[in-house]
Design a protein around this ligand. Sequence first.
Ligand code: IVH
Length: 676
Amino acid sequence: MSDIDPDLIARWQALAAEVEAHSHRYYVLDQPTISDQAYDRLFRELEDLEREHPALRRPDSPTLRVGGPPLDSLSKLEHPTPMLSLDNSYDEREIGEFDARVRKLLGLERHLAYLVEPKLDGIAMELIYRDGMLESGITRGDGQVGEEVTASVRTIRNLPLRLAGSWPGLLAIRGEVVMTRSGFQTLNRKRIGRGEDAYINARNSTAGLVRNLDPKNAAEAPLRFFVHSAGLAEHARYPFQHAFVQLAQGMGFQAAAGIRRCEGVEQILAALHAIEALRPTLDYDIDGAVVKVDGVAEQEELGFRSRSPRWAIAYKFAAEQQTTRLLAIDVQVGRTGALTPVARVEPVFVGGVTVSNITLHNRDEIDRKDIRVGDVVVVQRAGDVIPQVVRSLPEQRSGELPPFDFPTACPVCGTEAVEVEGEVAIRCPNTWGCAAQVQAALRHFAGRDAMDVDGLGEKLIAQLVEAGLVTTPADLYTLTIPQLAGLERMADKSAENLHAAIDVSRGRALHRVLYALGIRHVGRTVSKKLCAHFGTWEALVAASVEELEAVEEIGPILARTLVGWLAVERNQSVVQGLRDGGVLFPDVEAAEVPEGALQPFAGKSVVVTGTLESMSRDQAKAAIEAGGGKASGSISGKTDFLVAGAKAGSKLKKAEGLGVAVLDEAAFLAMLEGTA
Ligand code: IVH
């Protein structure tokens, strides 16, 4: 900007500062001092000035809030320090336990000071400021690396593009991006007016808008940023969390309403209740509160567990309940033939999402809760995930409603349904003849953990079944390329690829083949155990119930189910069909761990990264599994060890961040050999 007239620069600076100050008063403080028209005039003046002298426009220009040019893609950016999460608690007792734990660790008898803050239900964001200027916005991602969303974040009206005060160096401010509830309604009305689909809930649309490649979309949306903590702070010092909140407000940030400083559990609980009472009055969604030790020295003394600080805990409000009307009950047929009733309800917004389908599990559940079509029902999202019908409200029935007439025949194939003693489910017994079950069985068979037939998805399976080309998994192995190419929307090349993928699956390991058959109770782990024990398919099918039960962790129900399944002629012919189709059913090479074998990784989850000298990564994984461990691909809080070879990169970093034990090659070999 050096060759620009200094007077012009001064004018730009004064104007930009004035626009930002009004913006801050309007959006953050909710105390505008000029009319909307007067603000628009100032804004236009600034735009005009920048149009005439484009060199004046700096990255903190308020005009950038309308959204810059669209991006081609989002790039990844590393967080200066990892973004961790919080432990959750769901009742007041756990808050008491948290306080006791914290005071015990600190060796304190007396009350401790906490800050209780609303827990915003938006998307986590880190804002990087360099020398006081907004440099980047990064989504949480995996906590180590997120997506750079600076262009969208810049459009958020209530965050400062330049910090008030002098803040040299790097400052990473963390908070939550949310959409206002009122703005969400307005935005949806606009979308509907334009013939677009309405957004279903504020949180998901916030995530979509922040990550949208065209920042104009974010600029149009009522997004807000609420500050709650700092990541790396080179020059900001604050002895208390409450002092941080004040400091951040002084920089120009907005903090959530209702933050309270408390001493002792009683005051914490009162603050939690106060925040819960505030919830319906707020213009943004919160799903709980966060209790933080106020003193930063105490926070530092307490430190972190692998994924979360010891000095803070989230308190989640009870699942929100709503009422809606039950429009219909549809009965679906799953892979095991179980007839599962699904409630179709008038769409209702509960626990952050719009719910319109809710599983009712089985007939007993409908009877027990006296749920009838036409009822007003109370629904909730348990653990904030799976929606449930809590109960019906019979007192709201207008007139008599008949109880639900649960079908006695399969709604898909019409076969009479059977009730198995001791089981709640009612099943369609027509396993290989019922289109619903056949399709589900094929989806399972082709799935990633089973035969892993690349490219054989749900839609294709439906087509194959409907065209009558496939009625059991065995039929897949008789399909020809012309048959596949004859399917709707199937190009010749895709037909060839699919044919090749089916061919590859012929060689899958025995435990995958067993699992792929979809026998009830025979999951992945059980399949591996059985195959490791018996070693060959022939030995497995020859085993009696008693012999099966003798295998570790195989119970009587499973043993009987398996023997029963294998005895059914139709199932035998499917197995024979697979063999005839060229599926190898390969013998297990290293069957059974010999008695007294070393199990150095028994029950442990181990990740291998980098290059090892003495073996390939697959060999290392096999060694871990032979040593009783689980070889996993990604690091999480549940990982016990990371084996790090040469050139280990991000996984090593992540493991260190999470406090996961790291083994170098020598230590790994020593453990395998039992010399560690
Ligand atoms: S403090 C070390 N305070 O909740 C973690 N987080 O479950 C420090 N969140 O990803 C986080 N409101 O984005 C904190 N008042 C608040 C919060 C809050 C919402 C989010 C945060 C984090 C998640 C953890």
